[in-house]
Ligand binder design. Sequence first.
Ligand code: MN
Length: 744
Amino acid sequence: MSTSNKSTPEQEAALIEAAYQHLLMGYLNSNHRKKIEIIEKAYHFARNAHEGIRRRSGEPYIMHPIAVATIVSREMGLGSTSICAALLHDVVEDTEYTIEDIEVQFGPKIARIVEGLTKISGGIFGSNASAQAENFRKLLLTMSDDIRVVLIKMADRLHNMRTLDSMPPQKQFKIAGETLYIYAPLAHRLGLFAVKTELEDLSFKYEHPEAHAAIAEQIITSEAKRNEIFDRFAAPIRERLDKMGLTYEFRARVKSCYSIWKKMQAKRIPFEEVYDLYAARIVFECPNEADEKRICWNIYSEITDLYRLHPDRVRDWISTPKANGYRALHITVMGPDGNWIEVQIRSRHMDDVAERGFAAHWKYKIGEGDEENELAAWLQTIEDILKNPEPNAIDFLDTIKLNLFASEIVVFTPKGELITLPKDASVLDLAFTLHSQLGTHCIAGKVNHKLVPLSHKLNSGDQVEVLTSYSQEPKAEWEKFLVTAKGKTRLRAALRHNRRVIIDKGEKRLQSWLVANGIEQTSDVLTRIISNEGVHNKEELYYMIGNDEIAVSDQLLRKVKPQSEGIINKWLRNPFGGGKPKADAPEAKAGDPIDTKQVFVLKTENGVSNYEIASCCRPIPGDDVVGYIDQNNRVIVHKLECPTAMRLKSSYGSRLVQTRWENRSERFQANMHVEGIDRRGILQEIIYIISTNMSIDMRTLDIQADGGVFKCDLEVLIQDANVVTNLCKRLKKVKGVNMATRIS
Ligand code: MN
C-alpha cells in the first residue's frame, strides 16, 4: 500500500528532491565546513547509479542512501566525507560501478569507506549469523582505521530497521535478531545511546509484536498517573534549581518498551510492578565546561535535602566516565508515592555525548570543524578505551572484552567466514589456523586479490585466500613469521614428521648401499661411521644422509672398512660404483681409471651417483654439459657455458670428459623465474599448469607482488631440460605472464 507506487514520475522526483534538501539543510545548519559541491556530486552520482531501481517498499532506491546520509549527518553529527560515503554506500554492491570508479570521482578517502561498507555487507551472515556475531562486532571495531565505516553501517542498519515493514515476516525476524545481537550492543559500546535504544526497540517490535504492543499500550494508559506523581516529585526540585539560577530541562523519561520488557522477563513481574518505569532527567545548560562537575554535585545536594537517598545507587560517571564515554551523575531517591525514582543529572554537553556518542563533540568545535582531526581525536579516545580498561567501572566486563580486541585482528576467508587472529599474524598463521595441511603446503596468499608471500602480515578486514601446492614442504625458518601458538605447534609437528620421513629415507639409502657393497651392517660399522662423521647418533646420521648432507659415497666406505683389501680391489674394478678413498690416494693421475677419450656414463644406483652436479650451474639432462674429473676422481658435471667450466677447460683440459646420462627416471632440480601482471587467479593458473597439466613437482615457490606486478621464483623437479623449455612455453601463454625462464 505504498503511496509512491501510485505517484507520477514528477511527484516522485519532487519527493526525492525534498528528501535531499532536508539532508542538505541539516548539514548547512551544522558546524561543519560547507562542502556542498562534493555532496551534490555524490548525490547525482548515486541517483544516476540507482536510477530505475526500487526498494521493496516501492519507493525509488535513492531514498535509502539519502535517508542513511541524513541519519549520518543529523543524528550522528558527521560531516561531508561521511555524507558522501553514505550516499554512495550501496553503489558498488548493487550497481555496475566499482571502487575504482568511486576513487576516480571522489578520491581515495571516500572510496576506502565505501569499500569497507561493501566488504562488511552481505555474504557474511549465512545461516550461522549468531556464531559469527561476536567476530563481526570485533571486526567492526578493529576496522577502526576508519571508524566512519562503522558509523555509516549503523545508520544503514537503523534505516533498514525503520523501514522493515515492507519485508516479508521471516526476513523481518532474521534482520531484527541480527540487529539485537550485533548492532545494538555495538552502538552501546560506541556510546550511540539513542541509536542503540531505537535499534533495540525496533527489533523487539518485530520479534515480539504482541508484547511490544501491550507494553506500548500500558505506557499510554498509565501516563496520567505517572505524570501526576512526577509533577508532585519535581515541583520542589524545580524551585531549588530556579533558585540556583540554572537554565535546565527536567523531564520524566519513560524507559524503552524493550528495557521494560527485559525487566519484566528478568524479574518475572507484570508491567504494574515495574517501579522504575521512568527516570527523571535534569539537563542543565553550562557554557563553561569547567563548571559542569560542581553544578552536578550542587544539584545532588539540593535533591538529597528534599528526598531520601538510596545510598547504594549513586553512580558517579563524571569522575570516572563509562568506557563508552558516558558521563552523568545518577542518584536514586524515594519518591512521594513511596517508590524509588532515579534522577540523572547531566550538562547539555554530557547529554549530547550520551545520546549521540563522541560524534557530539563536533558540535562544540566551532569554526575549525575539520572532520579529519576530530575523527582522529575520537579514534584516539576509542583506542584509549581499548588500551586502558577501567577496573572499577560498572561495565568492567565490557571493557575487558574491548581490551582484547586491541590485540586482535579479524580477517575473511573467500567464503566470507570470519577468523580472529592475534595482531601481526601472517598468511601462514591463517593457513595453520584453518588446517595443518593448509599450513604445511602453503606457498603464498592472496590478500584482497593481490598476491603476497606467506610471511605477509594481515590487517583487520583483509580478505585472505591461502594458496597451496602439494609439493610444498614445511620449513624450519617459517617459524620466524608465525605469531600464533597454533601455527608454531603445527609447524613443529610437521617438521618432526618430515624429519621422521627423512630419517627413514636415509636409513634405507645407507642400508641398500651397504648391501650393494657387500658390507654387513653391524653395530660396529654404524658406530664407526657415526664417529667418523662427527654426528651424535644413528638418527642424526640417517637424517643427514636422507637430507643429502652426508653423501653415501666412497669416502664413507673408507671410514667403514679402511683396511679392507677385498673392497679396494672392488673399487679398482668399478671405481664409480664404489669409489676411491681420498686420503689414501689423493692424487689419482697416471693410473686414473677414467678414460677421457670415452663418453663417461652418469649413473645413479640405489640413490648413489657416480657423479656430482656442479652447484654453480646445476645442469640437468638435456643441457650441454662437460664432466670435470676432480682431485678425488669424481666427475663433476658442469654446463658447457658455465664460467667455472670454462676456467677449468683452460687450465685442466686433460681432466675434462664427455658425459651422458644413463638413467632418465631420475629427477633433477631446476630453478625458474616467472614474471607478469598480477590478476585474480593467475597464480592458481600457473600452479595448475605446473602441477596438474604437466605433473611437475614444485619444491619451493617464492612470490613477490608489488604494485600489480608479481615475480615468482620456483624450484621444480624434472627429468630433463626439455621439460623446462616446454613448461616455459606453456607459461608464457598464460594471460598476464610476460616472462618465464629457467635460471641457474
Ligand atoms: Mn544500504
